[in-house]
Design a protein around this ligand. Structure first.
Ligand code: PLP
Ligand code: SF4
Length: 458
């Protein structure tokens, strides 16, 4: 018998760029911003210092970045804040993570600091509570849309305020243009929420969001966690916080908060119930060596963390950036769960992308790493349809930007619409959207293709 000599199989070594996800910003990077040049590491890692020195007015922001940006940028941002429906709050950690040599293009700046020069008019079909959360709210502070899960909003403050917040109808102090809705925000106000959940035995899964669980005092993390764990039919719970992305040092320097969280996770585990954290990173540069240390603490203590990203123009709307984000998250043991289409929220039209962008990026990301670390791309159907896989539209007209969605397990028989940003459409098409009768015609056409009618619209 003849032995055929086979060449040994060799996968060529990975090019260095493909390992970029392992290269995390480290050292005293905040010293690059003159305002923080004297801040030592212990101070910068102190979560109380971070909270106290978070900028809460445009003027505080401008003081912090004085000398590193020009007057034109300051004026642009000042006008941006005058127009914005959200209040401002940005942590020193985030401010130090922005590349101030190019603030216009920086992906973190885009998420937190509005500019008038890049603002675009809202889509004509946009409403402030685009997800119709208030209609699905049986008691203040609770949204019950899906049969077996509910969203609990125990408070209305966050460690930062994001320009693109879906809940800008409720989060943060009132701004010039918007009176916020009062949600429950004290332990006394939570009683009716617990009562409702207790009376609805179909609810197995609670998302504790807000606002942000980072803002809950340790005793309230325990109070909420234990109240929910004590309800026999509640099987799963997620504490939602953007904190890991915007103030990771809290995990390193607030042991009381971490202990309270871990306590609920452990008591849940003993009861056979899952308690996890959901967080919210949007760009790979939000992940530093500090984040890695914080994620390692949670991993070591047995806290499972999933991530939800919002797809945003100029932030993460290209395949390379999204892939780097996914790889970096999994590298620090955070599991990419969802990438959302940007909701139809007022005042942030410059951040939205067409549905097609999500379809393209999903195709590029899938297959690049473990399937369980590959996020599902979602459109949260405006009008209360809930989250839909972006590939599952009933009809999508790329010319008009109208997509039609159904949600058989949430609201059977109802049709939902999403609208691509006008700026992504051809100029003639943008002009058509300026005429109300033509808007109605484009919508009716799309519905007809999808097999629906205007009467069946959400
Ligand atoms: C997103 C959301 C949930 C949780 O949905 P999952 O798809 O399970 O992550 C629950 N309730 C409401 C109202 C939501 O918007
Ligand atoms: S942290 Fe979350 S809830 Fe708070 S403003 Fe940002 S997106 Fe909204």
């Amino acid at each position: 018998m003849i032995e055929l000599e086979k060449p040994p199989h060799r996968t060529p070594p990975a090019p260095p760029a493909s390992l970029e996800h392992r290269s995390l910003r480290d050292g005293a990077f905040w010293h690059a911003l003159p305002h923080y040049a004297e801040v030592d590491e212990a101070t910068f890692l102190d979560h109380v210092w971070q909270a106290r020195h978070s900028v809460k007015t445009p003027e505080e922001l401008f003081e912090t970045i004085a000398g590193v940006v020009d007057a034109a940028f300051i004026a642009d941002a000042r006008h941006g804040f005058e127009d914005a429906p959200m209040a401002v709050r940005v942590s020193p950690y985030l401010l130090a993570s922005i590349d101030w040599s190019n603030p216009y293009d920086d992906p973190i700046r885009r998420q937190f600091i509005p500019l008038r020069s890049t603002a675009r008019p809202d889509h004509p079909r946009l409403t402030l509570d685009s997800l119709h959360e208030q209609q699905d709210s049986p008691v203040p502070g609770l949204i019950h849309r899906y049969a077996d899960k509910a969203l609990f909003l125990p408070l209305q403050t966050c460690p930062v305020y994001c320009r693109f917040c879906t809940r800008s109808y409720a989060i943060g102090p009132d701004t010039a243009g918007v009176d916020k809705l009062a949600l429950g925000k004290t332990p006394e106000a939570w009683g009716p929420v617990f009562e409702y959940i207790r009376e609805h035995s179909e609810i197995e899964d609670i998302v504790i969001s807000g606002g942000d669980a980072y803002q809950l005092a340790p005793k309230n993390i325990a109070l909420i966690g234990d109240a929910l764990l004590a309800i026999p039919h509640v099987r799963r719970m997620r504490f939602a916080t953007k904190g890991l992305a915007v103030m990771p040092m809290k995990i390193l320097t607030d042991p009381a908060w971490v202990d309270a969280l871990v306590g609920v996770v452990e008591r849940g585990r003993a009861l056979g119930k899952e308690v996890v954290v959901h967080t919210h990173f949007n760009h790979p540069s939000e992940i530093s060596a500090i984040t890695q240390r914080a994620a390692a603490v949670l991993f070591e203590r047995g806290v499972y963390v999933r991530n939800q990203t919002v797809l945003m123009r100029g932030v993460n709307d290209d395949a390379a950036t999204m892939l780097l984000l996914v790889k970096r998250l999994e590298y620090i043991n955070i599991h990419p769960y969802y990438v959302y289409m940007h909701d139809l929220v007022s005042g942030v039209e410059d951040l939205r992308t067409p549905v097609q962008t999500a379809l393209d990026i999903e195709k590029a990301v899938r297959g690049a790493t473990a399937g369980y670390n590959t996020p599902t791309f979602i459109c949260d159907a405006p009008g209360g349809g809930g989250k839909r896989d972006v590939h599952s539209f009933e009809w999508y007209d790329r010319e008009t930007g109208v997509s039609v969605w159904t949600a058989p397990s949430v609201k059977p028989g109802t049709y939902f619409l999403y609208f691509d940003p006008l700026a992504a459409l051809a100029p003639a098409m943008q002009a058509r959207w300026g005429v109300p009768e033509l808007q109605d015609r484009m919508i009716a056409d799309a519905l007809a293709h999808a097999g629906g009618t205007v009467a069946a619209l959400a």
